[in-house]
Design a protein around this ligand. Structure first.
Ligand code: ADP
Ligand code: MG
Length: 317
């Protein structure tokens, strides 16, 4: 059913370099969350901290009652079994077939027989649509297939939490759309808690239940998708709508002169909120809310045209 991840007051630096500070958020069990942010804001560092590969300076990450930021190596080893991770490049072993890549965690972490392993590997290969490609080497298949294979491997130990580091990087828009649909379908099927790190605003606008935005060394906002997509907060608005006008500049923050120059530029209206992607496998997602429910419950008027079936793309995307 997935497990909750409760992050409180998390701060991370490398030497004198502060990456982000005081990040607090709760990802509810079984929900999909997207963490957005410009390149270099520490999204990958956030993921690695969540699985305990990096230690934060301060703060806690509580999963099933265990604070993985402050626990023993032994406890960490145990809690890691709850996680499946899809790293940015798929992180496949280049000299192993897809079959052996997917079987790897089972051979490492379980005492299952080769015939049990075969059943599990084939089940996951089918889940990600790769049945028949088991004997291929990672170098022989497309980037999209490599991500799927990486996903099969991330799922092979039946994780309660699946983390994705830029699953859409290096994929064309059509492959990204297929992968996003696969993520939603998987969530319906296995009910795991999912955290997707990306800078793709279309993924953020259509896939998750919740969105977070890391910017300028802090968590600018975190909450339900409809909350961020209807937000007028300048950083959130600029990033989620891919706009040039706003506080975010080419490298980091705009300086006072730059902001002064654009102060009379009119902001384009907020675009409609697209409907959230629904499972294509006919299974209902436990976490799925009725379109517009958050706005209605919080007396927020969504931008005109929101939740129409033909609204799916962000402007300029
Ligand atoms: N192991 C590390 N040691 C020192 N600095 C690191 C390490 N990992 C990441 N960083 C730095 O942390 C910052 C954020 O990196 P990263 O999380 O990869 O950004 P993003 O994924 O948002 O593009 C970068 O400046 C990067 O150089
Ligand atoms: Mg990264």
């Amino acid at each position: 059913m997935g497990v909750e991840i409760k992050v409180d007051g998390l701060t991370k630096s490398f030497g004198k370099d502060l990456i982000w500070k005081d990040v607090s958020l709760t990802i509810p069990a079984g929900e999909i969350c997207v963490m957005l942010g410009p390149s270099g804001t520490g999204k990958s560092v956030f993921l690695k901290t969540i699985i305990g590969l990096l230690k934060p300076d301060t703060g806690s990450i509580v999963i099933e009652g265990l604070d993985i930021a402050n626990c023993s190596e032994k406890d960490l080893y145990e809690v890691r079994k709850l996680f499946g991770v899809l790293f940015q490049d798929g992180a496949m072993f280049g000299s192993m077939s897809l079959y052996d890549n997917v079987a790897f965690p089972l051979r490492e972490h379980t005492k299952k027989s080769e015939s049990e392993i075969r059943d599990l590997v084939m089940e996951k290969m089918e889940l990600v649509g790769l049945l028949g490609a088991e004997d291929k080497l990672p170098g022989e298949i497309s980037g999209g297939m490599r991500k799927r294979a990486g996903l099969a491997r991330a799922l092979v130990l039946d994780p309660e939490i699946v983390l994705f580091d830029e699953p859409d990087s290096g994929l064309d828009p059509v492959r990204t759309a297929f992968l996003n649909q696969l993520i939603v379908d998987l969530n319906a099927q296995i009910d795991a808690t999912m955290l997707i790190v990306t800078h793709d605003i279309n993924t953020a606008r259509t896939v998750p239940d919740n969105i977070g935005l890391l910017y300028h060394k802090h968590l600018a906002m975190f909450g339900p998708r409809e909350m961020l997509l209807s937000s007028e907060e300048p950083v959130v608005r600029q990033f989620l709508n891919a706009q040039r006008v706003g506080p975010i500049g080419m490298s980091e923050e705009k300086d006072a002169d730059e902001l002064e120059q654009e102060k009379d530029e009119e902001l384009p209206p907020l675009p409609p909120i697209p409907p959230q992607i629904e499972p294509s496998n006919g299974i209902r997602r436990t976490a799925m809310r009725e379109p517009g429910a958050w706005c209605r419950d919080n007396n927020v008027t969504p931008p005109p045209g929101s939740f129409d079936d033909n609204v799916s793309m962000a402007p300029g995307a």
